[in-house]
Every structure is written in C-alpha cells, then in structure tokens.
Design a protein around this ligand. Structure first.
Ligand SMILES: Nc1nc2c(ncn2[C@@H]2O[C@H](COP(=O)(O)OP(=O)(O)OP(=O)(O)O)[C@@H](O)[C@H]2O)c(=O)[nH]1
Ligand SMILES: [Mg+2]
Length: 462
C-alpha cells in the first residue's frame, strides 16, 4: 500500500493513566522535531538532537517561559523508527497533569491527537510491518499468560507471514506456468502437467494451509482463553470455589443464600490457558429485584460459556432444585463439582448417575481440597485431551483463519480443475483467488473498513 499525501504529525500519551515513575509522550511525523525544539530547553541552547540519543532538559510553556517538567527527550530520525516517520519521545514524571499539559503544548504547536492504534497503523501503512505483525502487537498488549505472549511474539517476529509467504511463492510459480499455457493454448496440455502440479499443490499449499488452520483451532484457547461459568443453587459454595481457584478472597462468602447478587469475573491461568471464570448469583425462584437482575445476568453468561461447572452440595445431597437447574444447562459442556466433601458424606458417583454421566470432581472449596484435580479436569475437557505445545507454534487469529480457509477452498478447486483438464484461463482464476485470500492475511489487499476494525482495538498511544 503506498501513501499519496503526507499525514499530519500525531501525538499521544503512551503510558497508562494514573501515577507512575515515568510517563511517556510520543510524537510521530515530519513536525516532531520542530515541535520538540519549540518546547524543549537545556542549559546549552539551542539544543541539538542526535538521532536515537536522549537529551536531558526541561519542557517549558514557550509563551510564559514556565517550566512544566524536567524531562529526557529523544528524537529518532526516519526511517529507523516504529512508524518509519520521524519520532520524538518525551519521558517526564508520570503525573497525568504533567503529561496532559505537555501534550496540550504539543497540540498547540501543530500536532493532532493520535487515534487508537494510529502509530502501529502508520508502521503498517509505511511498510515496516505487515498486518499479521500489527495484529500481533494487539495480542501482545492483551496477552494474559506467558503462552499467549509467546504466540503473539512468534507472529510479531514474522513466523506467520513467512509461512504464508512460502505458500504464496508456490502458487505464484504455478501461476507463471499457467500464464505460459494461456499464451500458447495449442500446447497447454504439455505445459500443464496436471499430476506434477497437483503433487506440488498438495505438498506446498494444501498441507501447510491445513496445518495452519488446525493450529488456529487448537491454539485459540491460548490466544483468546475460555469462559467458565460456576453455576448452582444458592449457598452451594460458588463464591467459595471462585476464591479457591483464584487463591484469594475475591468474592464475598456468607452462610446466607443469595449473597452474590451480580456476576463476578476474574482471569485465571490454567497451564498457560487464560480462563475467564465467572461466579454467578445462585439461581432461585422468588428472588427480590436486585437478585433477579443478577440471575438474569447469570443466564446470559451461561449462553456464551465454553464450560459450566455445575456445583452440588455434598452436605445437603441432590435436591429438586438441582434437578430443575440442570435442565436449563443440559447439552452444554459440563463438569459436575461436588462441594463441601469435608462435611458431607455423599458418594460422588451419585452425581453422574443423576446428571447425564458427566465427569464429577469432589472438592472442598473452603479446605482447598480437590482444586488441583478440578483444574486438571477443566484443562482436559477444553483441550479435548489433545497434546499441543504452544511453545513454538504459529497460531492464526479468527480473521486470518477465515482467509486461510478460503485460500484452501480455492486450492481444492484448482486440484479438481487439474483432474478434469480444466482450461488454463479457468485454472488461473482459482489460483488468483487463492493468492488474493493470502494477500488479505498480510494486509496487501485488505479494505479500509477491515483495517479500521483492526486498529480500533488498540489503545491510544500505540
Ligand atoms: N464446610 C464447608 N463449607 C463450605 C464449603 N464451601 C462453601 N461453604 C460454606 O457455604 C456457605 C455458602 O458459601 P458461598 O460460597 O457464599 O456460596 P454461594 O454458592 O456463592 O452462595 P450464593 O452467592 O448465595 O448463591 C458459606 O457459609 C461457606 O463458608 C466447603 O467446601 N465446606
Ligand atoms: Mg456467591
């Protein structure tokens, strides 16, 4: 993608809100250095900036001469920068008031406020990174476990674009042959060796595409995590179980049924898999208004859950209430959890017999018994027992997976066409369509609205 006009210089606070040791403001564009020079002063003026080298000094309000903060400023000359444009970073004290005042001055002197992800979008539009790498930056910022971070890093380093590049390369070589056949139609049967081409397609296109797609399916749980909802009648110990899994007293626990009024969500790390665990209001009839809203929210969470932990009480045994609750979740991926085994004597085998032969784990949430076994069962259920090492994998996201799938479908059409002695012009159409879908992954042909959707997920300043 080439740039026609020069973009305005943009600026943003790059560090998160709230007090911190340092706060950073980033400016990108041709006016970065002139703006810095208007605001920055040192003991030795005028200040000279050597590219990629920090300078110590002050940011002043140039009209009043008042010092806003003591700072370190760095000017990085294009193109060896994050955006491939001139970049300035001002490192000041991490006070939001200071940061906002400096940003205000920068804007007064000609910069525009950056949109979310605009720095990374410029890095992409200026050709420093491709779309897979831009998306990896979002994943890296949002990673919740070491494993999800590792996956993002592998894409950021260009693993996916390299693999897609190899597949494209093979399709381009086929296209070249097909083009010769189009130019010399009388010889096309000799030029296109259908068996050889099909073999090449299977080896260099179909198999790698299938591997990437299956990696997307398996790795999804590490990238996006899963949602687990704890469900059960009031007082079975749902909040106690959430606390036991989190190893902290997050939710209020009392002996009174109806304690939890709203859903509570936290993220847990189970063997590298980010697990959003949701504690819900115990579902019961005749609840008062606030609790009723909480129960409605619990039902909504249930509809999007990847797994439900259906909690039962070993002390009280199985009740009619449990049975009617079970009917609302029947058919969902489910794990039975028999709680309060420290005080109850109920046989855990009774649970699967009552509730659809689902696996049952016996625990005591308050005594922290059986929690490791429960984590292991959750892991086994969501990974469906498949061995998969996130360590060195390259995992396409949903958008990329869908483009890979379309490229695979087009490739199957080429293979079928070759088998049926389809004409070279028609083969060329399918080859081009496979190539286009692959180009979409790295962002060569991606439309503006898809790009906007991707960069909108960023925070401001990235
Ligand atoms: N002995 C014993 N008591 C437990 C255990 N788990 C929970 N309890 C007790 O059961 C009571 C209810 O626990 P909660 O965790 O608040 O139950 P809940 O399902 O969240 O209840 P609601 O939010 O009201 O629906 C509290 O008094 C807990 O101390 C357990 O494993 N053993
Ligand atoms: Mg509760």
């Amino acid at each position: 993608m080439s740039r026609l006009t020069e973009d305005p210089t943009i600026a943003a606070i790059a560090t998160p809100p709230g007090p911190g040791g340092i706060g950073i403001i980033r400016i990108s564009g041709s006016q970065s250095l002139p703006i810095l020079q208007k605001l920055f002063s040192t003991a030795h003026s005028p200040a000279q900036f050597i590219s990629h080298t920090f300078r110590y000094g002050w940011i002043k309000n140039p009209e009043t001469g008042r010092i806003i903060d003591e700072v370190l400023a760095v000017y990085m000359k294009a193109p060896k920068t994050y955006t491939r444009e001139d970049i300035v970073e001002i490192h000041c004290h991490g006070s939001y008031i200071v940061l906002e005042e400096i940003l205000d001055q920068i804007v007064k002197h000609g910069a525009s406020l950056a949109q979310p992800g605009e720095f990374t979008k410029r890095a992409f539009l200026n050709g420093r990174i491709d779309l897979t790498q831009a998306e990896a930056v979002i994943e890296l910022l949002q990673a919740q476990t070491k494993e999800s971070l590792g996956l993002a890093m592998s894409t950021l380093q260009g693993r996916l674009n390299e693999m897609v590049g190899n597949i494209r390369h093979s399709l381009l070589s086929l296209r070249a042959i097909i083009e010769v056949a189009i130019d010399f139609p009388e010889d096309d049967v000799e030029i296109i060796n259908a068996t050889k081409m099909s073999d090449q397609l299977a080896r260099e296109v179909i198999r790698p595409l299938e591997t990437l797609i299956s990696s997307a399916d398996q790795g999804k749980i590490y990238r996006e995590g899963i949602s687990v909802v704890i469900l059960g009648r009031p007082n079975v110990g749902k909040s106690s179980l959430l606390n036991a899994l989190l190893k902290e007293d997050r939710a209020i626990v009392t002996a009174t049924p109806g304690t939890t009024r709203d859903t509570i969500e936290e993220v847990l790390n189970i063997r590298g898999m980010p697990v959003r665990i949701v504690d819900t209001a115990g579902i019961r009839d005749h609840a008062e208004q606030v609790e009723e809203i909480g129960i409605e929210r619990a039902r909504q969470k249930l509809s999007s859950a990847d797994l439900v932990l259906f909690l039962l009480d070993a002390c009280e045994g199985i009740t009619e209430h449990d049975r009617s609750l079970y009917q609302t979740i029947e058919g969902k991926p489910l794990l039975l959890v028999l709680n309060k085994i420290d005080v109850g004597s109920m046989d855990p085998h009774q649970c699967p017999a009552e509730f659809g032969n689902h696996q049952c784990v016996a625990v005591s949430a308050t005594q922290h018994k059986g929690i490791a076994e429960l984590e292991q069962e959750i892991f086994k259920l969501v990974t469906k027992g498949q061995q998969w090492d996130p360590g060195h994998s390259c995992v396409p996201n949903v958008r990329q997976r869908s483009a890979l799938k379309k490229a695979l479908d087009s490739t199957w059409l080429i293979t079928t066409g070759l088998g049926n002695n389809m004409s070279a012009d028609l083969l060329a159409v399918d080859v081009q369509s496979a190539l286009d879908h692959l180009s979409d992954i790295i962002g060569e042909t991606t439309t503006e609205d898809v790009l906007d959707m991707i960069f909108d997920q960023f925070c401001i300043g990235k």
